[in-house]
Design a protein around this ligand. Structure first.
Ligand SMILES: [Zn+2]
Length: 154
C-alpha cells in the first residue's frame, strides 16, 4: 500500500470505519512506514477528545424519573391472547355475560333434577292405569267375514 493511499484512510482507520481488510493493510503499512506512523500520531494528537456533556439532573428530575420507572415496573405484563385482551372499562359486560351463562346452566341443571325426581316418583308409584284383560273379557266378534256372508247383518 502506498503512502498516498494510506493518508486519506488514517482518520477512518482510527474511527474504526474501515473494512477489516483495509484496516489490516493500513496497520501493516503503519508498522513498516515511519513517516506515516508519525502522521498518524500527529493526527491523533490534534484530534480533540470527544465532548460528552455531563448531564445536569436535579433532585426533582431524579424523583420524577424514579416514579416513572416504578410505574413501568408495577405495570403488569401485557397478554396479547384474545381471551385475556379484556378492556378494563368493559369488564362488567363480561361479568354480566358470565352471570347469564351461569344462570342458564343452573336453570338447565335444575330442570334436569326436577324431571329426574318426577320420573323416580312415577317409577316408585304402584301401577294404577294398567288394565289387564283376562280371557273371559274377550268374546267373539258379532260378525266374522269367514263365517257369514260378505255383508254385515245378513
Ligand atoms: Zn507510508
Amino acid at each position: 500500500m502506498r503512502c498516498t493511499a494510506v493518508h486519506p484512510l488514517l482518520v477512518g482507520y482510527r474511527d474504526g470505519e474501515l473494512s477489516p481488510g483495509e484496516a489490516v493493510r493500513v496497520r501493516e503499512h503503519l508498522d513498516g512506514c515511519r513517516p506515516c506512523a508519525e502522521l498518524d500520531d500527529a493526527l491523533m494528537a490534534a484530534t480533540p477528545e470527544p465532548f460528552l456533556p455531563t448531564p445536569t439532573v436535579g433532585a426533582e428530575d431524579e424523583l420524577r424519573l424514579s416514579r416513572a420507572l416504578d410505574d413501568v415496573r408495577v405495570a403488569p405484563p401485557e397478554m396479547h391472547h384474545p381471551l385475556f385482551d379484556i378492556d378494563a372499562s368493559r369488564v362488567w359486560t363480561h361479568v354480566a355475560w358470565a352471570a347469564a351463562l351461569l344462570l342458564c346452566i343452573g336453570w338447565g341443571w335444575s330442570n334436569y333434577q326436577h324431571a329426574a325426581m318426577l320420573q323416580a316418583q312415577l317409577d316408585a308409584a304402584p301401577a294404577q292405569n294398567e288394565t289387564v284383560l283376562d280371557e273371559a273379557g274377550f268374546r267373539p266378534a258379532s260378525w266374522a267375514p269367514s263365517e257369514s256372508g260378505s255383508e254385515p247383518g245378513e
